[in-house]
Design a binder for this molecule. Structure first.
Ligand code: SF4
Length: 486
C-alpha cells in the first residue's frame, strides 16, 4: 500500500510514520510528494504541542488532533503517533494494544518511570495517556517488572559490572527464518580450529582488561549459532579458557545454548557437568515433524524429546525451551499439540516467539513458499500460550518486540518461580554493558553514567573473523577504556 507525505515533512518524519503504518499494513510504503493516500501534518508548538493530521486513505478523509503539555520532539512524536493510530484504527478496525509504541523494548519505559519514583498506578496511567497502551499490556508490564526485580534486586545498580556473550557461529543446518551467524558445521568444520584461536585470544585479552580495572562479570551466555555444534573437546577447551581467564567470583549465571537437539550428546553433557553448568536451552520450536522439515531444522520431534530426557539425566536442572507461533502451515491444533508436549517435558522456562519475517532470511526471500496463519489466528494462538503459561505456573519475566513480527505481537520469556534467566533480563533492559566475543557477536557498550549506548559488531563470517579478531579485540578494549576509566 502506497502512502505519500509532502516534501517538507518527509525527511524529518518518514521513519516514524513508516513504523506506525507497518503496524497496520505489512506492505506499507511511504513516498515523498502527493498521491492518493496522502498524509498532511500540521504541528503547532508554543508552550505546549498540538498536532493535527489529515489523512486520505482509500478515498476516505480523516482528521485527528492530539495535544501534549511539553513542546519537545518526544511530545511531538507522541501526539503525531496518537493521531495516526486513531485514524488507522478507525479505518482498518485493527486495534493496537501497544498503542504508539514501535520500539523493541517497551519494558524500559516502565522501568524509567518507576525509577523516577512513580508508583505502578501512576506509571500505567502515564503510559496509557502518552502512548495509548492498552490495560492488558500495562498489567503484563507491571508483572514482568516485578518479576525482574525479584530475580535481580540490584538490577539498576549493575552498570559498573558487565556480562559476557560468546558467539559460536555454527549450526547443523540453517533454519529458514534465521538471520544469525550460523554456518553449517559439516561444511565449515575446518574453520573451527582457527576460529577458536581468535575466540581464545579475545577471551584472554578482554578478561585481562576487566581484571586490571576490577570490573566484575555478572553473567556469561554462550550463543550463536549453536555452541554445542562444536565437538565436546573444543567446548571443553573453551570453557577451560573462560574459567582460567575471567574472575568468576561474582558470576551469577552461565548459560549454554544447546538449541538444536541434534547437537546434544553424552560427551557434550559430560563437559557441561564438569564445569557445573546446568542451564541450557533446547529449542523444539514446534512438535510437528512436517513443520520442522519445512523450516529446515534437520531434527525430529522424537529427537527433541530424547535429548531433553538425556539432558535431565545429566543433571541439567534449568532447561529453557523456545516455541515459535505462526510457523508455516501451523494452526491452533499444532500449537495446542506443542503445548501439550511441552507440558510433559516440564522445562523450567519457556520462551514464546511470534514468527518474524527478517529481511535477510530464506523465509522472507521466498515468502510464497511459507504460508502462515492470518493475524486473528496468530493472536488466538498467542493467547493459547498465555493461558498455558498461567495454568502451568510459568511467570512472564522478559518481553521484546521485533519489526515485521506477525500480528504485531511480542516475544515473551516465561519461567517457573525463581528460574528466570538473569542474562535475558540484563540484555533486554539494557542496564549494563554486554561484551560480545566471537563471530557475529554484538557488544552493547553502555556508559555507566550517561547510559549512552553504542553497538559494536564482530565480523559475521568465520573467515573475516579469523583475519581481523586482533583488531576487533583491541578496538573493543579502547572503547571499554573510554567507558570505565574516564
Ligand atoms: S538453530 Fe538458531 S542459530 Fe542455528 S540456524 Fe536455527 S535459528 Fe539460526
Amino acid at each position: 500500500m502506497k502512502f505519500y507525505l509532502k516534501h517538507e515533512q518527509f525527511d524529518k518524519l518518514q521513519l516514524y510514520i513508516k513504523n506506525i503504518l507497518n503496524l497496520y499494513y505489512e506492505d506499507a510504503y511511504l513516498f515523498e510528494g502527493e498521491g492518493a493516500n496522502f498524509i498532511d501534518i500540521n504541528i503547532e508548538s508554543n508552550e505546549d504541542m498540538t498536532v493535527t493530521t489529515t489523512m486520505t486513505v482509500d478515498g476516505q478523509v480523516y482528521t485527528q488532533t492530539a495535544n501534549r503539555d511539553e513542546n519537545d520532539k518526544r511530545a511531538m512524536k507522541q501526539a503525531l503517533g496518537e493521531t495516526l493510530i486513531e485514524i488507522l484504527t478507525a479505518h482498518t478496525g485493527i486495534s493496537q494494544s501497544w498503542g504508539t509504541l514501535t520500539g523493541i523494548r517497551p519494558l524500559k519505559l516502565y522501568h524509567k518511570y518507576k525509577n523516577a519514583g512513580h508508583s505502578d498506578e501512576e506509571t500505567k496511567a502515564i503510559l496509557k495517556r502518552d502512548y495509548l497502551i492498552h490495560d492488558e499490556k500495562l498489567d503484563l508490564m507491571e508483572q514482568i517488572v516485578k518479576t525482574q526485580l525479584k530475580a535481580i534486586p540490584d538490577l539498576h545498580e549493575l552498570q559498573q559490572e558487565v556480562s559476557i556473550y560468546i558467539g559460536i557461529p555454527f549450526c547443523p543446518t540453517k533454519c529458514a527464518y534465521c538471520t544469525f551467524p550460523a554456518y553449517a558445521i559439516q561444511v565449515h568444520k575446518n574453520d573451527v580450529p582457527e576460529f577458536l584461536v581468535g575466540l581464545l585470544y579475545e577471551i584472554e585479552h578482554i578478561a585481562q582488561f576487566l581484571t586490571i580495572h576490577n570490573i566484575k562479570v555478572t553473567s556469561i551466555y554462550f550463543g550463536g549459532g549453536t555452541p554445542t555444534s562444536i565437538t565436546a573437546d573444543d567446548l571443553k577447551l573453551l570453557l577451560e579458557a573462560v574459567y582460567h581467564h575471567f574472575d568468576m567470583t561474582h558470576v551469577r549465571e552461565i548459560t549454554v545454548e544447546a538449541g538444536r537437539p541434534d547437537t546434544i550428546d553424552q560427551d557434550t553433557l559430560n563437559v557441561l557437568n564438569e564445569f557445573n553448568i546446568d542451564r541450557i536451552s533446547i529449542n523444539p520450536q514446534s512438535f510437528t515433524d512436517e513443520t520442522l522439515k519445512a523450516i529446515g531444522r534437520h531434527h525430529s520431534v522424537q529427537e527433541t524429546i530424547d535429548k531433553f530426557k538425556m539432558s535431565r539425566a545429566h543433571n541439567m536442572n534449568n532447561i529453557n525451551m523456545d516455541l515459535i507461533i505462526g510457523l508455516p502451515n501451523e494452526t491452533r491444533n499444532e500449537v495446542m499439540h506443542s503445548l501439550e508436549e511441552t507440558k510433559q517435558l516440564n522445562p523450567e522456562s519457556l520462551t514464546v516467539h511470534t514468527l518474524s519475517f527478517k529481511t535477510a532470511s530464506e523465509m522472507t526471500r521466498n515468502k510464497s513458499k511459507y504460508p502462515v496463519a492470518a493475524r486473528d489466528e496468530i493472536i488466538y494462538m498467542m493467547n493459547l500460550t498465555k493461558q498455558f503459561a498461567k495454568e502451568n505456573d510459568y511467570i512472564p519475566y522478559y518481553l521484546y518486540r521485533q519489526k515485521n513480527i506477525l500480528g504485531n505481537l511480542e516475544n515473551i520469556g516465561y519461567s517457573k518461580q525463581g528460574e528466570a534467566s538473569l542474562y535475558n533480563i540484563l540484555i533486554m533492559e539494557e542496564v549494563q554493558t554486554i561484551i560480545g566475543l566471537g563471530c557475529g557477536a554484538s557488544s552493547k557498550l553502555i556508559h555507566p553514567k550517561t547510559r549512552k549506548i553504542e553497538n559494536y559488531l564482530n565480523p559475521k563470517d568465520p573467515k573475516s573473523y579469523n583475519k581481523t579478531y586482533k583488531d576487533y579485540t583491541h578496538q573493543k578494549i579502547k572503547k571499554l577504556q573510554l567507558l570505565y576509566t574516564t
